[in-house]
Design a protein around this ligand. Structure first.
Ligand code: KE4
Length: 420
């Protein structure tokens, strides 16, 4: 497997782009070696600049539920090109996308489209503060909600991978508005509300975590989140950017039968094009400009291109909800009987192989992983044509394009690492 072209592209890219990448996790800093510059993708396959082919378990970090270049998504994009890509004016299609999200996620009484998951969580927090008149936010260590200034506190994803506890550049005043607590820890949540309850605008969480690796909430934690936010008049925000239309058509809130006050979306709802959305209870969303006094805007928000791709994706999902059963069967087969020394957490088609014997239930237990050994595992898979997330603290994703042969090949490569 040669990586000559990727090495050359990295050297050239690093001269003009920090780390040669447009998002830190792509730089392989968590696993070492040369990041693969990709040339093309199709279905469950990625092909890099040197012509090496991989079975893809990243799926663009979540959007590619149906695999790369799904024909219905491509056709929708081609159709959009015949009418234009962005008008800066309202269109029918963006109403249709909002209605499609609401059909799957009834808690989304009103919705605003934006251009990334970060914009969605940033906006949801702002409207929560505007609605409650309060300043404080509770988040959970190891959760990542995009690079929102006040949420880059003990965050997961690339910050966990790079060991950046708290990023530079965020004024202390911003960081101080965020209370970071251990995930799944009810006593610390109770204590935070006992001390600050009247000042807490919102609690935001990944309802199934992907960004410390995959971690599921306990029923007691979910119960406490609902009871304490209700008791203290704080809003419950489910960040479903990753879990929305991933773990179920109605997201994690469908799995757990919970109605958050606000939810955020991204990734899958754009079909692979830039998009985000936030929304929830109408009385809260009526505070958003131009109706209310919480300002939020975006040049390309609701643009016909991204909306058309997303609409095709969500319409396909609505017409084929059996795909979740298929993904469950395939992902269960892939993750069955994990090798000794590995703990696998999985919800549907998102999963993580943790290199620890400890049960991973929060950031502390996630950090017991042997990240160096994970790096060797990652490169062993890569050399065998299997592309896992290049970081222990990330979730991997299966798509409907992955075949049983792909699963068998991947399992053989995984077990060969441990047999060796
Ligand atoms: P974006 O701004 O990257 O579209 O979304 C931010 C975001 C918000 N909320 C959750 C739960 C997320 O997982 C994300 C982004 N996920 C990461 C994957 N760990 C994106 C990959 C990257 O940063 O390159």
């Amino acid at each position: 497997m040669t990586t000559t072209k990727s090495e050359a592209l990295l050297a050239r890219g690093q001269r003009i782009v920090p780390g040669g990448v447009n998002s830190p996790v792509r730089a392989f800093r968590g696993v070492g070696g040369t990041p693969r510059f990709m040339a093309k993708a199709n279905g469950a396959r990625l092909t890099d600049a040197d012509g090496n082919e991989y079975i893809d378990y990243i799926g663009s970090w979540g959007p590619m539920l149906l695999g790369h270049r799904h024909p219905e998504v491509l056709a929708a994009i081609e159709d959009a090109l015949t009418i234009g890509t962005s008008f800066g004016a309202p269109t029918e299609r963006e109403i249709e996308l909002a209605e499609e999200v609401q059909d799957a996620v009834p808690s989304m009484e009103m919705i605003r489209l934006v251009n990334s998951g970060t914009e969605a969580t940033m906006s949801a927090l702002r409207v929560a503060r505007g609605f409650t008149g309060r300043d404080l936010t509770i988040k959970f260590e190891g959760c990542y909600h995009g690079h929102v200034d006040s949420l880059l506190v003990k965050a997961g994803s690339g910050m966990a991978t790079l060991g950046i506890a708290d990023t530079a550049g965020v004024p202390k005043a911003f960081a101080d508005t965020t209370i970071a607590l251990p995930y799944n820890d009810v006593p610390s949540l109770e204590a935070a509300f006992a001390s600050h309850g009247a000042s807490i605008a919102a609690v935001i969480l990944e309802p199934v975590v992907g960004n410390m690796g995959c971690v599921t909430p306990t029923p007691a934690f979910l119960e406490a989140l609902q009871a304490l936010t209700k008791k203290h008049g704080a809003l419950l925000i489910f960040d479903e950017v990753m879990t929305g239309f991933r773990v179920a058509r109605g997201g994690a809130q469908q799995l757990f039968n919970i109605k958050p006050d606000l939810s955020t979306f991204g990734k899958i709802i754009g079909g692979g094009l830039p998009i985000g959305a936030y929304g929830g209870r109408a009385e809260i969303m009526h505070r958003v400009a131009p109706v209310g006094n919480v300002y939020q805007a975006g040049t390309l928000s609701g643009n016909p291109l991204a909306v058309s791709a997303g609409l095709a994706m969500l319409r396909h999902i609505r017409a084929n909800t059996g795909l979740y059963d298929q993904l469950e069967i395939k992902a269960a087969a892939l993750c069955a009987n994990p090798p000794k020394g590995v703990t696998v957490n999985r919800v549907g088609s998102m999963f993580t192989f943790f290199f620890t014997e400890t049960k991973v239930v929060d950031y502390e237990t996630a950090k017991t992983c042997d990240t160096a050994r994970f790096g060797k595992f990652f490169h062993h898979l890569l050399a065998n044509g299997v592309y896992f997330p290049p970081a222990q603290f990330e979730a991997a994703f299966l798509s409907t394009a992955h075949t049983d042969a792909d699963i068998a090949h991947t399992r053989a490569a995984v077990h060969a690492f441990f047999d060796a």
